[in-house]
Unconditional design. Structure first.
Length: 240
């Protein structure tokens, strides 16, 4: 019997350790493969046609600008993200209830009686059938939340795909290696060619389905992150 209890306790501790490990695990850095630059398709070389003014192998456009339009072209994204949100809620509820039953009248008199076992009997003769019940409940809740974020800068990305309607799928990243760690910016989304400026740049607020990530790793990022045990106690799997 004791041996069986030891096995059960061991299994419980093993399950708890696995749960803590899963709750505390967090990716150190996001995958980079999806943000690597997309290379343009290889072009086959064509022999120049001697005797003409323009060679077939040369890409000369007289009435077009340098804005990105093909897979592999680069485009600069101007980061101008600013968000602010606030929420406040307050709830108050009160409820009171009271019920009373008066002493009835039997044959023109209010009944009075003694409680059994009470001593002395002379001081216990004024008990009646009158009943009173009262209840009161109070509830008050208050919540306040506010958040503000701001991101400014620039990042140059590449065109990963051209959709049938002409929109450009862009994505890219920028990594900065500092003396105490690394910081990175990743961005992906869809850009309309009409929103691209003449200097081959577009605002981040004009990118559809945008996904912008700004984070880092290293000594500074580790000092600002919560420990694995604290993350477990703050995770949804912790029952308390």
């Amino acid at each position: 019997m004791i041996h069986r209890r030891t096995k059960v306790r061991g299994a419980i501790w093993l399950l708890l350790a696995i749960t803590i490990g899963l709750g505390g695990c967090a990716p150190v850095s996001p995958p980079r493969d999806s943000y690597r630059p997309t290379m343009p398709p290889a072009q086959s070389s064509t022999e120049p046609n001697d005797g003409s003014i323009y060679h077939v192998s040369n890409d000369v456009r007289l009435f077009e600008d340098v804005r990105a339009r093909h897979i592999g072209d680069v485009i600069t994204v101007i980061l101008q993200e600013s968000t602010s949100a606030s929420k406040s809620a307050k709830t108050t509820a009160d409820k009171s209830q009271e019920a009373a039953i008066e002493n009835p009248v039997f044959f023109g008199a209010h009944p009075q009686f003694n409680l059994p076992g009470a001593i002395p009997l002379d001081s216990n003769r004024d008990n009646t059938l009158e009943q009173k019940l009262s209840a009161k409940r109070n509830f008050e809740g208050e919540a306040d939340s506010s958040q503000s974020n701001k991101l400014l800068g620039a990042i140059t990305v590449t065109v990963a795909d051209v959709l049938p309607n002409g929109n450009l799928v862009v994505r890219g990243e920028k990594w900065l290696t500092l003396n105490q760690g690394e910081e990175y910016i990743q961005i992906s989304g869809i850009v309309r060619p009409q929103d691209i400026n003449t200097n081959n740049s577009v605002l981040s607020t004009q990118i559809g389905d945008a996904r912008i990530t700004y984070s880092g790793k290293g000594a500074l990022a580790d000092s600002n992150s919560m420990g694995w045990l604290a993350r477990f106690f703050n995770s949804p799997i912790w029952p308390f």
